[in-house]
Design a protein around this ligand. Structure first.
Ligand SMILES: Nc1ncnc2c1ncn2[C@@H]1O[C@H](COP(=O)(O)OP(=O)(O)OP(=O)(O)O)[C@@H](O)[C@H]1O
Ligand SMILES: [Mg+2]
Length: 265
């Protein structure tokens, strides 16, 4: 199963992607992909944060990027549309807890959307190769917003999880993301409500989802213990899995995803 986690900035994508990856990694091989410029998935995965200083994201490996993408003798402005990338994940992935591996792709600041500069060509090719050709559960922590979907990097994902708060700005983006996901041909989109404070917000979200014909796979409450964990750089999965209502809901989402996958096979 190939899962993408998308949504507005700060809605909880990294926490959810990382925690889901840990739940899956107890019984499946998992490849977690960090495709966010701030590269902080490592914290939610419970891997040693010191590793951050040793990791060069693939998008920043200038030599590799040019080697794979530029057409020899053609100068530096012409790029291969489909560079060879299948060996990259196994060369650069980092081993994590249980059956988990992490690949840090990073992203490239781009002057305009759809930019075909070399690192973006490589990252996009890598993502589609990972999604099409690997047999692990792949979980991608996307960058915030809609850029990645408009660039087509999310193509071929089986399940897009859109994380949202119960407020209009987040829901506006959710609506855009779900429409783009559909247009890209992504088979299934689920909503996840996160940092939901009370019954009224929960009901508001359910009504909005119903009006927009979208399916909610989980509603995660705001949990101050998560913030405490993140303050000291500990992963909520390792520290508060047994006691946190939010982590308990992420576990339920994991079980729902497993069930969805088995039913859709
Ligand atoms: N259910 C929750 N309860 C309390 N705090 C939460 C919850 N979910 C996420 N947070 C906190 O909210 C902050 C943002 O979460 P996170 O980094 O996962 O969001 P994000 O969507 O990945 O952000 P970005 O768009 O910057 O990548 C973090 O400090 C995280 O600990
Ligand atoms: Mg994030």
């Amino acid at each position: 199963m190939k899962i993408g986690v998308a949504g507005k900035g700060g809605t909880g994508k990294t926490l959810i992607a990382g925690t889901l990856a840990r739940f899956f990694a107890k019984s499946f091989k998992v490849l977690a992909i960090d495709n966010d410029p701030s590269m902080n998935l490592i914290y939610s995965l419970g891997m040693d944060p010191a590793l951050r200083n040793e990791i060069t994201p693939i998008a920043h490996m200038t030599k590799l990027v040019l080697e794979r993408t530029s057409i020899e003798g053609a100068g530096s402005v012409i790029y291969k549309a489909n560079p060879y990338v299948s060996d990259i994940p196994d060369t650069f992935k980092i081993h994590g807890p249980d059956n988990l591996e992490l690949l840090v792709l990073g992203t490239v600041e781009q002057p305009s959307s759809g930019c075909l500069c070399a690192p973006n060509v490589l990252v996009r090719s890598l993502l589609s190769d990972l999604i099409l050709n690997r047999d692990e559960v792949v979980i991608v922590d996307f960058e915030a917003g809609i850029e990645h979907i408009s660039r087509g990097t999310g193509k071929s994902i089986d399940v897009m999880l859109i994380v949202t708060g119960a407020y209009q700005k987040s829901l506006d983006l959710t609506e855009k993301l779900s429409r783009l996901s559909q247009e890209l041909g992504i088979k299934k989109t689920f909503l996840i409500g996160n940092m939901i404070e009370n019954k009224q917000s929960e009901e508001f979200l359910h009504n909005w989802a119903e009006d927009n014909s979208l399916e909610i796979i989980g509603i995660i409450p705001r949990d101050p213990d998560i913030i405490r964990c993140e303050q000291i750089g500990e992963s909520p999965y390792d520290t508060i899995r047994m006691t946190s209502p939010a982590l308990n809901e992420i576990k339920r989402i994991f079980q729902n995803l497993k069930r969805y996958y088995i039913d859709s096979e």
